[in-house]
Write a protein that binds this ligand. Structure first.
Ligand code: GDP
Length: 361
């Protein structure tokens, strides 16, 4: 399954965030390199529709979609040269499908900052520079062979041009993701190089309570990383939230003037930048959100439920979540009202589709 690697300088709150995400208590020590082994945390994708459906179809079993986070060891200046766990860091990050960069914005004199001061822009620059340098090394290593392959007619000249363009972009201190979002390069063409900065980025600013209410500051930080998504949360607060039962957690959120926890926002945005979406099934056995890639067709979606379903696909019976709720969760009523759609093999799945697949097996 697709994973999101959590990266950041030491002491910015990665472990605190990760522990909150998984409700596990792995190391969260106040010193650099506290998190050496990569840890995996699988968290539910929040979906308010699932309990509504469960009630309507009278089931207790809810299976949400999930988002997988991997906690990656802290990065420092010089990581691209193999300094301070640098190589291990880079290997772990290469395996991730998206990068969640945790950036410290909170002020606390008791917590040492590796660069001596709290400066989000400078921290982002430090991390991204290491990733950019590592990508440049990847390209420099690949270029001689690509040039030879081009002379031998094994690759299209346009491919070599794109790789050179990528190097130029990195040389300007930009990530490939930023350049791709600006329309300057097509990152799909660079897929074979597995560049780290070509992965989608999310920025998590670990803020204190005052900063969380400071809209000007948040806008300024969000603008500094746009168009990559930015999330603002207080990792310590999030960690306390996860220790409460649901009712108390909700009360604590409301008291803090928040609608949704930062962790829920992170899971949602993470799921989205991985290019995933869900479709739903609702029956007496269970209500479930299944994860698929955006743009997948009905047979591909059916294949997620059971591999044989893709080949044996005949048609999909689809009702939208809203129509299903309006019909009180009765499939009979949905049909009566003409709200059940029959979709064929070219149908592209939409978020909120409640589906039953008809297959020939
Ligand atoms: P990591 O090295 O990035 O994994 O950072 P940790 O999660 O271990 O956090 C480093 C220290 O900062 C720990 O003592 C945490 O308790 C503390 N910390 C984490 N998040 C916050 C926060 O939001 N506010 C404050 N004041 N301290 C935090």
């Amino acid at each position: 399954s697709l994973t999101i690697g959590i990266v950041g300088l030491p002491n910015v709150g990665k472990s605190t965030l990760f522990n909150a995400l998984t409700r596990n208590n792995v190391l969260a020590e106040n010193y650099p390199f506290a998190t050496i082994e990569p840890n995996t945390g699988i968290v539910p994708l929040p979906d308010d529709r699932l309990p509504v459906l469960a009630k309507l179809v009278h089931t207790d079993k809810i299976v949400p979609a999930t988002v997988t986070f991997v906690d990656i060891a802290g990065i420092v200046k010089g990581a691209s040269e193999g300094e301070g766990l640098g190589n291990q860091f880079l290997a772990n990050i290469r395996e991730a499908d998206a990068i969640c960069e945790v950036v410290r914005a909170f002020n606390d004199d008791d917590i040492v900052h590796v660069n001596g001061k709290v400066d989000p822009a400078d921290d982002i620059d430090t991390i991204n520079t290491e990733l950019i340098l590592a990508d440049m090394q990847t390209i420099d290593k690949a270029l001689p062979k690509l040039e030879k392959d081009q002379r031998g007619g094994k690759i299209k000249p346009a491919y070599l041009d794109t790789v050179r363009k990528a190097k130029e972009i990195l040389g300007q201190g930009r990530t490939i993701d930023q350049a791709a979002q600006a329309g300057d390069i097509d990152k799909d063409e660079l897929y074979d190089l597995h560049l780290m900065t070509a992965k989608p980025f999310i920025y998590v600013f670990n803020v204190d309570d005052d900063e969380l209410q400071n809209e000007d500051l948040k806008k300024q930080l969000a603008d500094s990383v746009a168009p990559a998504p930015a999330i603002f949360l207080n990792a310590q607060f999030e960690s306390e939230l996860t220790e409460l039962d649901e009712a108390d957690a909700r009360e604590m959120l409301t008291d803090a003037g928040l609608k949704e926890s930062g962790l829920d926002q992170l899971a949602r945005v993470g799921f989205d930048i991985l290019g995933l979406q869900t479709f739903l099934t609702a029956g007496v056995k269970e209500v479930r959100a299944w994860q698929i890639h955006k743009g997948w067709t009905a047979p591909q979606a059916a294949g997620v439920i059971h591999t044989d379903f893709e080949k044996g696909f005949i048609k999909a019976e689809v009702v939208s979540y809203d129509d299903f709720v309006a019909a009180d969760g009765s499939y009979a009523k949905v049909r009566e009202e003409g709200k059940m759609r029959l979709e064929g093999k070219d149908y592209v799945m939409q978020d909120g589709d409640i589906v039953e697949f008809k297959t020939g097996i």
